[in-house]
Design a protein around this ligand. Structure first.
Ligand code: TPP
Ligand code: MG
Length: 809
């Protein structure tokens, strides 16, 4: 009998031409052991949730065998972008271990215990660590890479396009050969996984089409269990068969497309063979492949939230029992005389014991770290007031809570401190200090790393001031940007830009004009109209060490990509606790121009959904270029919104157009004044400037401040300083009432404590609640005009001093 070591095993490829029977048998045994361990983890994981030790569980039972086959084809340097069913794949590749699986289930915030997310993600959300603590890259060619999972179904597809596209750039652009830690000639395959029902999502079809157009090494596996939670395939998929309806994507003579495979999820040899074939084509020819894995089961139902007996009928449940992939593999092993019943039972017994042991260790490590804090807290609370029964009760209750979590420990300490507000003592002071230390530790555990915050953070890279020559010429704003991009593309071969109309004509406003001719189609590239996967393309490229500029043609169309930006890009650093980074620069243009869909300034929406990105709102192209120069040299994601009506305005061309930097969070005073502080950004600043002249004639002096970036906002608190002088505040923007302007007020009045200096009600002037109609009159009656600015400020002065400023109307 073959002996299996009792440690986490990974799978090995089966190369029939070279293997002896014994070697073959060892590999099959190993695979069976991984499958059974994974199943045990699912069974035990569910129990842990149902017994209250974890909050929610979703597992990969029923998909073990296909995932082992997929793992066999997965090499170092490859990438996965998948979803919550892939635990067996993660175990079989070494991307995760059973113990880590349990640590994540318990939400252990220690990165050593859960390296994927530091306890931040639900279970079965996998990720490898691509970067070191200082933010620098690891050698990704030495890692079996797993991009961090997200829960929104189908959301992984956009990023998958980018991960695969990177291989194409690495293979086809020799200038990237020096990036030895990121690719070996673009031989890396990007593996995607998705559930059958999630193929109904728009992003799936968008990604499938994009990869077909791009011809990239993307291998998408569909785990088809014929359901999406309770909803069967007839509600999900035309003809109930995703590979059937995608047949039009099949490549044929002379026409590039896909290779599409279909294989049953319980057929171990069939799966191994299919994956080997499919991934070989994908890797060598850079052809996207789809592996539709059918007849997959879900033995424990969708998740711990319900039971599948409610929606699967008896014949289906019986079929699932019989066609359980592990059972079928077992049968095949016996029928093919690879294993005896006795050998298999031994593997199964071992697996049970191994998983139980791993679970126990994970649980005791999780509780262990809290136990110490609990004991300290109990002792300190007790000491706060020896004879106060309320305090002693809190301590006793905490002491007798067997599996107390941190929140119980900290909440008890806080209650005790509240109950003894009027009883100062050394013991109370000790508890208060302990609480403060713990509070800070917990900020690190639960709230840190919204940004990577490494050595290349935009706050650490060195700044370069702008400089002009005596005879610097005036150019159109678009020409200034063009010169900035040109200089940066010449400097850094990792930079690529892509978007709708960006390649051949150099974007709709010609910021990239001529740069495709100069730097080639691989670096300055047209894309289809597909905002989600434009952003996803950026995320995947950035995760693989390239420096993408993903262009969204108009700010109004950011909505089409908002899910990917918010769910994926904005959360990446946080959800991996800075284990992965994607320094994507999303370039777009917005604010006022014409009509309902070309005048958008949905800043409230952006601020609400994109924490985790820097949000830059340059007032002109000089400032925009300075921000790009900074962002291209740092490694955190950002959104830059250029002023749509600013490309043809004249600006002075800086001598160091590709080098000077505009720091993030650095507000500027555009005009000094004494009566009212006016804070605004982007296109409205020009209107305010016009209004300021008229106000001057009316005897009113305004101070105009441009924060330049909204996230972060005015780090040096220039707004507050200005309020100390004017005592009056007006915020102007083009968003809906209570949109972006509400954020600015909150920052100035609450965060900067501006309320302290206000002599008059702070005001906002924004656009109307509807989007602006087409035409100049539509703009005039919907967006803040110079007239509106003058009158609002005048009204503020009138309210302040009616005799000096009598009513206009
Ligand atoms: C965008 C989005 N919508 C809905 C959900 C809730 N949800 C989670 S899993 C799931 C079903 C997915 O089914 P399928 O893709 O077939 O994967 P399976 O769970 O069957 O493996 C749904 C609707 C979600 N996570 N994300
Ligand atoms: Mg399904």
């Amino acid at each position: 009998m073959l002996m299996m070591p009792n440690v986490n095993l990974t799978t090995n490829p089966i190369d029939a031409s070279e293997l002896s029977f014994d070697d073959f048998k060892t590999i099959v045994f190993q695979d069976y052991k991984i499958a059974v361990e994974s199943r045990q983890a699912s069974l035990l994981g569910r129990k842990e949730v149902l017994s209250g030790k974890a909050k929610f569980g979703i597992f990969g039972d029923g998909k073990e065998v296909p995932q082992i086959a997929m793992a066999k084809a997965f090499k170092k340097g490859d990438w996965r972008s998948g979803y919550y069913r892939d635990q067996t794949f993660a175990f079989a590749t070494g991307i995760s271990t059973i113990k880590e699986f349990f640590a994540q289930l318990y939400a252990n915030p220690d990165l050593e215990a859960d390296p994927a997310s530091g306890g931040r993600q639900m279970n079965c959300h996998f990720a490898t660590r691509s970067i070191n603590e200082d933010g620098s890259w690891k050698n990704l060619t030495e890692i079996k890479n797993c991009s961090a999972d997200i829960a929104p179904t189908g959301g992984q597809m956009a990023r998958l396009v980018g991960l695969a596209y990177a291989s194409k750039l690495f293979r086809q652009n020799p200038e990237l050969d020096y990036l030895k830690n990121f690719s070996v000639h673009g031989n890396e395959v990007a593996f995607g996984t998705i559930g059958n029902a999630s193929t109904s999502e728009g992003v799936f079809f968008e990604a499938i089409n994009a990869a077909g157009v791009l011809q990239i090494p993307m291998a998408i596996s569909v785990w088809d269990d014929a359901y999406g939670i309770s909803v069967p395939a007839k509600y999900q998929t035309t003809k109930e068969d995703i590979s059937e309806i995608l047949k039009g994507f099949q490549r044929n003579d002379g026409q590039p497309g896909y290779e599409i495979y279909k294989v049953k999820g319980w057929d171990y040899p069939g799966l191994c063979e299919t994956y080997q074939k499919a991934i070989d084509v994908c890797r060598t020819e850079h052809v996207p492949v789809m592996i539709h894995v059918t007849e997959v089961t879900q033995p424990q139902g969708h998740s711990t939230s319900g039971s599948h007996e409610r929606y699967k009928d008896k014949p289906r449940l019986e079929w699932e029992k019989e066609y359980d992939c592990i059972l079928q593999m077992r049968k095949w092993m016996i029928e093919s005389a690879i294993a005896t019943e006795e050998e298999i039972t031994a593997i199964e017994d071992d697996a049970k014991a191994f998983v139980r042991q791993a679970q126990k260790e994970a649980w005791s490590e999780f509780l262990g770290s809290i136990k110490g804090e609990k004991e300290q807290a109990v002792a300190m609370i007790k000491a706060v007031s020896d004879n106060d029964p309320a305090i002693q009760k809190i301590a006793a209750q905490l002491a007798s809570t067997p599996d107390a979590l941190r929140r119980e420990v900290l909440s008890s300490a806080r209650k005790a401190l509240r109950l003894t507000i009027n009883q100062p003592s050394d013991a109370r002071q000790t508890l208060a200090e302990w609480y403060e230390t713990q509070r800070q530790v917990n900020v690190e555990r639960y709230n840190s790393k919204l940004f990577t915050d490494g050595n290349e953070s935009p706050f650490r890279v060195s700044q370069t001031p702008i400089s002009y020559l005596d005879n610097s010429k005036m150019v159109d704003g678009r020409e200034l940007l063009n010169a900035c991009f040109d200089a940066n593309f010449a400097r850094d071969p990792r930079l690529v830009a892509f978007g709708e109309d960006l390649g051949n004509i150099g974007d709709v406003n010609q910021g990239f004009a001529g740069l495709q001719a100069k730097y080639g189609e691989l670096r300055v590239t047209d894309t289809g109209i597909r905002e989600m996967t434009i952003v996803g393309q950026g995320i995947g490229l950035a995760m693989r060490g390239l420096r993408p500029i993903a262009e969204i043609q108009y700010l109004d169309y950011l909505l089409f990509a908002l899910n990917i930006l918010s769910d994926d890009l904005a959360t990446l650093s946080y959800r991996t606790k800075a284990g992965q980074k994607a320094p994507v620069i999303v370039r777009t243009r917005g604010h006022r121009l014409e009509g309902v869909w070309h005048s958008g300034s949905p800043i409230g929406m952006i601020l609400g959904s994109l924490r985790g990105l820097h949000i830059c709102v340059p007032r002109n192209m000089t400032q925009a270029a300075g921000m790009y120069n900074l962002l291209f040299r740092s490694d955190e994601p950002a959104l830059v919104i250029e002023c749509l009506n600013g490309y043809r305005l004249k600006e002075k061309l800086p001598e160091n157009v590709g080098e000077y930097t505009v720091p993030l969070g650095k507000a500027e005073i555009l005009r000094e004044g004494t009566d009212v502080t006016v804070v605004s950004y982007g296109s409205t600043l020009r209107i305010i400037e016009e209004a300021a002249e008229e106000l001057q004639n009316l005897g009113i002096s305004i101070e105009v401040i441009d924060p330049q970036t909204l996230l972060p906002f005015d780090i040096d608190q220039l707004c507050l300083e200005s309020l100390k002088k004017t005592n009056k505040l007006l915020v102007v923007d083009e968003d809906v009432p209570g949109g972006g302007s509400a954020y600015l007020l909150q920052q100035i009045v609450e965060v900067q404590k501006g309320y302290f200096y206000l002599d008059a009600q702070p005001r906002t002037l924004s656009a109307k609640a509807h989007r602006p109609p087409y035409g100049s009159d539509g703009d005039y009656f919907s967006k803040p005009s110079a007239d509106d600015v003058v009158e609002t400020i005048y009204q503020m002065m009138h309210e302040y001093n009616a005799s000096k400023y009598p009513a206009i109307f």
